[in-house]
Structures are given as structure tokens and as C-alpha cells.
Design a protein around this ligand. Sequence first.
Ligand SMILES: NC(=O)c1ccc[n+]([C@@H]2O[C@H](COP(=O)([O-])OP(=O)(O)OC[C@H]3O[C@@H](n4cnc5c(N)ncnc54)[C@H](OP(=O)(O)O)[C@@H]3O)[C@@H](O)[C@H]2O)c1
Length: 140
Amino acid sequence: MAFPYRKILVLGATSGIGLALSERFIARGIFVIAVGRRKQNLDEFVQKHGSDKTAAIQFDIGKLDAIPAFAEEVIKSHPDLDCVFMNSGMQRGADFSKPESLDMSLLTEEMTVNYLSYLALAKAFLPFLMKKPEQTALIA
Ligand SMILES: NC(=O)c1ccc[n+]([C@@H]2O[C@H](COP(=O)([O-])OP(=O)(O)OC[C@H]3O[C@@H](n4cnc5c(N)ncnc54)[C@H](OP(=O)(O)O)[C@@H]3O)[C@@H](O)[C@H]2O)c1
């Protein structure tokens, strides 16, 4: 399948699916801006692939108030960005057969990271992506 994008921001590129996808993108000549909280993983990623093929930004997407400034900085540093891939997330077990075990603060954090952050990221990046004359994408 054709994948026409040349520079992609991958949220959650420090492990798992996001890391594997990022390495596939780089192998296809697509520049990857890797995002996650674990600085060591980000540093290792850039060291492995080189700063001509990748860049890294340490950011916690659960900090909703910081998302507009984060997007602004990304756009300023990478005006040729044409794809935003929202893959970051977390999943803890929640046993509703034992409601007393449910921790509302953990569930709230999960909803913030897995859901509200995506809405905030879409709001922050869509005006930039939609204004571009070339094909762009926001993928979740
Ligand atoms: N694996 C599966 O079978 C499966 C199935 C369905 C859905 N999913 C979903 O797909 C996504 C990736 O899964 P995975 O298995 O690859 O998980 P993973 O290995 O735990 O990777 C999660 C990624 O999200 C990032 N992340 C988590 N919280 C973050 C935060 N607050 N700010 C920034 N980045 C954050 C992590 O980076 P840092 O820790 O460095 O911040 C990491 O790069 C998750 O949303 C998961 O729920 C996975």
C-alpha cells in the first residue's frame, strides 16, 4: 500500500508497536520524530538511526495543558511534517468483579493518556496539517 508521507511524528515510539513501526518507516526512507517519556530510549533510537533520519522529543502526552506548546514547537522545528501518528497509550488491568479494587485516579490517568490527549493533539495539529497543499494525515 502506498504511504506517501515523508516526515512522521510518532507518539509512543520508545517501545512496542510504535518503536517497531518507526523502524519500518525509517527503513522506507521516512524521517521519524520519535516521542515518549523515556529519554534513554529516545537517545538510543537517535543514536542507532542517526540524526539525518530521525529526531526525538521527550514529552508526556498526559500533560494536556502543555500539548499546544508542544505542537507549536514541533511545527516550528519541522515545518515539513506531513503525518502525525498517535500510538502512545497504556493499559492496566481493571477488575470490575472487585469494584473495591478500582483506583479512580489510575482510571482517570488512563482516560487522559489514551483518550483526552488524542483529542488535544488533534486540535493542536489539525489546523497545520489541513492547511498544507500536499496530502497529510493524522493517524490514531
Ligand atoms: N500490544 C497490543 O496487543 C495492543 C492491543 C491493542 C491496543 N494497544 C495499544 O497500542 C498502543 C501501543 O501498545 P504497545 O503494546 O506498543 O505498548 P508499549 O510497548 O507499552 O508502548 C506504549 C508507548 O506509549 C508511550 N506512552 C505511554 N504513556 C505515555 C505518555 N503519558 N506520554 C508519552 N508517551 C507515552 C510509551 O512511551 P514512554 O513510556 O517512553 O512514555 C511507549 O512508547 C497502546 O496505546 C496500547 O494500549 C496495544
